[in-house]
Design a protein around this ligand. Structure first.
Ligand code: RNT
Ligand code: ZN
Length: 413
């Protein structure tokens, strides 16, 4: 028997259908963020990421152009198993020298991305307005700015993004997620916490009123606690956006770096599933703060995957990645994170959830604990290996990345 066959029989002793798990895993899309490849710089002249987020490290080989980013993405995607989407920021518009500001971006500025995504077989594109790294971020504010000119600029930018998202949806015949995150906040004690929020609310109302097609475009709002330099107040807080989303029938995006350290997104997923048909995730890894470390297979990632799988919510939870580490090879960062979430999903698909749920409801907490510990030892690695081989891959992705580094990245000085 092969390792995989042994593993299969171990799992079937717990009533787990391993073949079914493998079939399911390859259908769960993961939206891979473009911004790990260039430290969130983009192509439209904004420069290094601002707005309270920061990339640290200076590993050589950062992609500095569309062609370089495409080449890196192509290489990285070729080492990722499963169904993949591309998550783009508006600042990655391919402008070809045209003088156009973010409030006037059009689908054609992204058609080269569509061509690329189709060429490498991606399932779709998701999108993000870029409300940072731009001269119209005034006093740290965008959609909540008291300056009407500034506020309106960002409203127009978000509306432009919704139109571009409709184009992505049409091109791939799959809905496009548009995630609105703004850096708006204050460094020090506010004199007024309400009015900026009312302005943000008004801006969102104006954006949603643009008449976009709700079947094609899923709009999400992403809250956070604080950012660097804006520690005292965040306009788009958790309560603000959750209520906004509920009242306006849009979607919440949960970034697991965006909560207090003992709060967990794995617990928030089932809380929101009680009310929403859809939720979106930015899967990241915060180390002590929203540090956007590369996603690895840690306990919370496994819990997040469990909540998606055991609540039958793979079609409801839109999974995206969001991290940026410039201290290591950026392609390896991409692949490591994408494989980690896939592995977590596989581990979740290989659990006897029905049995475990029954034990909980029967109050059999002793047996529940014992069982939960036992399933941790099951040979997930052998199943993962089988999955990779069916996807034409193996465990080693570093050799290919090292070769690419030697040939391509080393030349970028
Ligand atoms: C920032 C948010 C946001 C960004 C990306 C680049 O804290 O997580 O999602 O990381 O949009
Ligand atoms: Zn995020």
């Amino acid at each position: 028997m092969t390792q995989y066959e042994y593993a299969k029989s171990d799992f079937s002793a717990f009533g787990v259908d391993v073949e079914g798990a493998l079939e399911k895993l390859k259908t769960i899309p993961v939206s891979v963020h473009c911004w790990q490849g260039d430290d969130v710089v983009g192509f439209d002249g904004g420069g290094a990421a601002s707005g309270g987020i920061q990339t640290t490290g200076n590993y050589p080989g950062r992609a500095r152009s569309f062609d370089e980013l495409k080449a890196d993405l192509k290489q990285a995607f070729s080492l990722m198993p499963g169904k993949k989407r591309l998550n783009l920021h508006a600042s990655y518009a391919v402008l070809c020298g045209e003088k156009v500001d973010r409030d006037a971006y059009r689908p054609e500025h992204f058609s080269p991305w569509v061509r690329f995504a189709k060429e490498i077989g991606l399932a779709g594109i998701d999108f993000n307005p870029t409300c940072f790294s731009h001269r119209n971020v005034k006093d740290g504010l965008t959609l909540s700015s008291p300056d009407e000119k500034i506020r309106k600029f960002w409203v127009r930018h978000c509306i432009a993004c919704l139109k571009i998202a409709e184009y992505f949806a049409d091109e791939f015949s799959t809905p496009c997620l548009v995630n609105i995150w703004v850096p708006d906040g204050l460094k020090d004690v506010p004199a007024d916490r309400l009015t900026p929020r009312l302005r943000l609310k008004k801006s969102l109302d104006e954006i949603l009123a643009c008449g976009y097609d709700r079947k094609k475009v899923v709009v999400a709002v992403e809250s956070k606690v604080f950012g660097i330099g804006v520690e005292s107040y965040t306009v788009g807080s958790n309560e603000f956006y959750q209520n906004y989303a509920a009242k306006n029938d849009i979607c919440c995006l949960l970034d697991n770096g965006h909560y207090h350290p003992t709060e967990v997104v794995s617990d928030k997923i089932p809380a929101l599933l009680a009310f929403y048909d859809r939720i979106a995730l930015h899967v990241t890894r915060g180390v002590r703060w929203d540090s956007d470390h590369v996603v690895v297979l840690d306990d919370e990632l496994k819990e997040i995957a469990k909540e998606i799988v055991r609540n039958d919510a793979v079609d409801k939870v839109m999974i995206g990645l969001d991290y940026f580490d410039a201290s290591i090879n950026r392609l390896s960062a991409w692949v490591t994170g994408q494989r980690a979430i896939q592995k977590a999903l596989l581990a979740a698909l290989l659990m006897p959830h029905d049995r475990l749920k029954k034990l909980q409801d029967a109050g059999e907490f002793t047996e529940l604990m014992v069982m939960q510990e036992r399933v941790k030892d099951l040979p997930i690695g052998a199943v993962w290996k089988e999955y990779l081989s069916r996807e034409g891959l193996d465990e080693d992705y570093l050799t290919a990345i090292r070769a690419y580094e030697k040939k391509i990245l080393k030349e970028r000085l």
